[in-house]
Design a protein around this ligand. Structure first.
Ligand code: ZN
Ligand code: ZN
Ligand code: FE
Length: 758
């Protein structure tokens, strides 16, 4: 038979995921000879043997790849056969030139490791740091590339003989698993910081830190637990007193805590879990999934006060698995921080910051290199919808077909900030950085950019930023010695939605959010755009209203109600303050104009008495959604809103509020009013899109902006648009909130460049 030799190059996430042993096994199984190795581009191989066997090899390469591999491209080239006698794994080639290999995200403990963890005969039985090529920490422990143990935070741990043997055995599941370790050589868990711990517990916490930690939780204590991307704070989810204490010590008034349940069955006892949700909960990324809460569960009221949703996640590290099994009930697991500061991840800062909150620390000696929060998702129509894309997803790049002519750095917005570095076909969106409002978050931002630049070998030639001159991300961008390009906030939202769907537009972009700087210097946020990636036009928007007191109007929704309806009789509270605020708005004193949809929701919430002042961003709208009753179609009488047909057209949001007031006066129950308001907003979006279609002849609508995190609004809007024959694009992999802005900015700048070149 005809003998051939073929060179194969594989790009993508192919290092540190068991790809070479897989190639080795596949090739030798087919009786092929040759070699396989790693280089900066990924994995390369040369396979030699009968033509049919080589073809078989190539066919199976993508189909049977290891679970964590993400193959982006396979290229082949014919070589002259050299009659090699065997198949070998060769040492890495020189590591100079442009790095193209990708680093895997942190991945939940795999089934094989869980089996070993539970097996008393296994040498890693009960070992909280068990991992293998198919699972474990990655992004959070990587200091630099190439992805090799000395460049991870596992460097201080020297492998014992048995671990080293596995590490070097191509037939072993731990072949080249960089974080591999065992009780003899790896990190150690310890429970500390509570004086007299042993006497209190009656068991030796040095001997068995997990049992001791579980015992503390069961006794209603608050525990700091070192995780993958930072410290969590834990409490027994069924213990009202413990959760309330945690809330009080953390200075977090209302924002919901997430709960970790031992497994799918335990999660399903707390919340409604359908098939799509189950897939999301058990996915290797293990995000927190926001779910409809079941009534009558044991979850403490203080976990998610007044909320019909519950954030649920499953264990993703061996430590979580062991702890949950020992506690034997769900625990609250929330970021280790004080109020709005970023999650702590260094041991010394954890000790300092959390000592007033946690009664004890369950910690270990493997350092966390990159602070990475848990990801947060929802499921919409059976599809995941990421609200925070972080641990488990980052740093996997998003492939962008149109590509980036020059490497780009995009700095994102202010709240829920992420940045994005892009090159070639890859956009690397950072982990959730947080609100760029304090020094610590800003440090995460600047250090994160440096880290990504090094890791992915991206030397940006242009920097993209928001138009808001006061955003710290804008200031950072303008201080760099690079050509800087401003991208309008809502254009970036729509561009990110296009990228999320692999589309380029043009589309009708509906960008509804809280705040975004407009090209006219006013604050936008209820926008109908015609948008492609390179350019946009403002086709219509919500009629602007003053925001009396500026930022104060964001914190105090009642001010927006006063600005919108200008009638103190409507006030639920603060009635004596209304006249002054109404006058302030009328005179335009410290009252910037806004077309924000978020502020319209705020006003409605205040008028309904839901909330006058907020403790976290978007709280009034969240609570309004919670309040809303599910209506039968007959009850769904959406409030009308007048469209004033200029160019751009404007839609009078105040009409909705007057309808709210009318219903309130008529004694319509608040949950019905809240629902009708949502359907009213959906109806005004429909009206705006119909007008856009008439004027611009576009049939596709992209929905973006934080307001669409509201599932009631989203489902009502999508239903209406689809009934009108629109094709609707939604977010899935990238948040619709400002976490998606950096990706949109990067795409807009790249597309402008591509457009100006052609
Ligand atoms: Zn594993
Ligand atoms: Zn070992
Ligand atoms: Fe926004």
């Amino acid at each position: 038979m005809h003998t051939v030799r073929t060179e194969v190059r594989v790009e993508g996430v192919v290092q540190g995921v068991g790809f070479r042993p897989f190639v080795y096994a596949l090739a030798t199984g087919l009786g092929l000879t040759g070699l396989v190795g790693n280089d900066l581009d990924g994995v390369f191989a040369e396979v030699e043997g009968p033509e049919a066997a080589v073809a078989e090899f190539l066919g199976r390469l993508e189909l049977q790849a290891p679970p964590l591999a993400r193959i982006e491209r396979v290229t082949t080239r014919a070589l002259r056969p050299v009659r090699s006698a065997s198949f070998v794994i060769v040492a890495s080639e020189s590591q100079t030139g442009l790095r193209r290999t990708l680093i895997s995200a942190d991945t939940a403990t795999c089934a094989d490791c869980l089996r070993e963890l539970a097996d008393p005969a296994d040498r890693r039985h009960g070992y909280p740091f068990i991992n293998c090529t198919n699972c474990g920490p990655r992004f959070t422990i990587v200091r630099d590339v190439p992805y090799d143990r000395p460049l991870t935070t596992m460097a201080p741990f020297t492998m014992c003989e048995r671990c080293a043997a596995e590490y070097h055995d191509p037939a072993d599941r731990r072949f080249h698993a960089q974080p591999t370790c065992c009780p003899a050589c790896g990190p150690r868990l310890r429970l500390q910081n509570q004086p007299g711990l042993k006497n209190q517990l009656g068991l030796d916490h040095h001997e068995n830190p997990i049992q001791a930690a579980a015992e503390l939780l069961r006794r209603g204590r608050v525990l700091a637990v070192k995780g993958l991307g930072g410290y969590h704070l834990a409490a027994d989810a069924a213990c009202e007193q413990a959760v309330a204490a945690l809330r009080q010590r953390k200075h977090r008034e209302d924002k919901p805590f997430a709960v970790m349940a031992a497994d799918l069955a335990a999660a399903a006892e707390l919340a409604e879990v359908d098939e799509a949700v189950a897939a999301l909960l058990t996915s290797p990324a293990r995000p927190i999934v926001l779910l409809p809460r079941r009534p009558g569960t044991t979850v403490a009221q203080a976990t998610a006060p007044g909320n019909r949703q519950l954030g649920v996640m499953l264990p993703y590290t061996p430590l979580h698995h062991l702890l949950l099994a020992a506690v034997a009930r769900p625990i609250v697991l929330t970021s280790g921080n004080v109020s709005d500061e970023p999650i702590v991840y260094r041991d010394d800062e954890a000790r300092a910051t959390l000592k007033g909150i946690a009664d004890a620390f369950l910690t270990h000696d493997r350092a966390i290199h990159v602070r990475t929060d848990d990801s947060v998702a929802r499921s919409f129509r059976g599809r995941p919808m990421l609200l925070r894309r972080s641990r488990g997803y980052v740093p996997e790049p998003l492939a962008v077909a149109t590509g980036f002519p020059r490497p780009v750095l995009a700095c994102g917005a202010e709240l829920k900030n992420t940045f994005c570095l892009a090159r070639g076909r890859h956009a690397f969106v950072s982990q959730h950085i947080g609100d760029l409002e304090n020094a610590e978050t800003l440090r995460s931002f600047t250090e994160g950019i440096e880290h990504f630049r090094r890791l992915f070998d991206i030397d940006p030639q242009v920097v993209a930023h928001d138009l808001h001159p006061e955003y710290l991300s804008t200031k950072y961008a303008l201080e760099l010695d690079l050509p800087a390009e401003g991208v309008q906030h809502h254009h970036a939202h729509i561009a990110s939605c296009l990228a999320d769907n692999g589309e380029t537009g043009p589309v009708i972009g509906v960008a509804f959010d809280g705040t975004g700087y407009g090209t006219d210097g006013t604050i936008w946020g209820g926008e109908f755009l015609t948008a492609g990636l390179a350019a946009f036009e403002r086709g219509g928007h919500l009629a602007p209203v003053p925001m009396p007191g500026g930022a104060a109007a964001i914190r105090q929704p009642w001010r927006m109600a006063a600005a919108y309806v200008a009638d103190p009789e409507v006030a639920r509270r603060h009635q004596d303050h209304w006249p002054a605020v109404i006058a302030m708005a009328a005179k335009g004193i410290n009252s910037p104009l806004t077309s924000s949809a978020g502020r319209l929701f705020d006003a409605a919430a205040a008028i309904l008495g839901v909330r006058d002042a907020i403790n976290y961003e978007g709280q009034a709208a969240v609570e309004l959604e919670q309040l809303a009753e599910t209506l039968t179609p007959a009850e769904t009488r959406p409030y009308p809103a007048a469209v004033e047909a200029g160019v751009p057209f404007t839609i009078r949001g105040s009409d909705l509020l007057h309808a709210v007031i009318e219903d309130r006066t008529d004694g319509v129950p608040a949950p019905v009013i809240a629902a009708r308001f949502h359907h009213g907003v959906a109806a005004l979006i429909e009206a705006g899109c119909l007008l856009m279609r008439e004027r611009y002849d576009l049939g596709t609508v992209a929905l973006s902006g934080g307001v669409f995190q509201n599932l009631l609004l989203l489902s009502a809007t999508v239903a209406r648009l689809e009934a009108r024959g629109f094709r609707v694009l939604l977010h899935s992999r990238v948040p619709c909130n400002d976490g998606g802005i950096s990706l949109g900015q990067a795409l807009v700048v790249a597309s402008r460049e591509a457009a100006s070149r052609s």
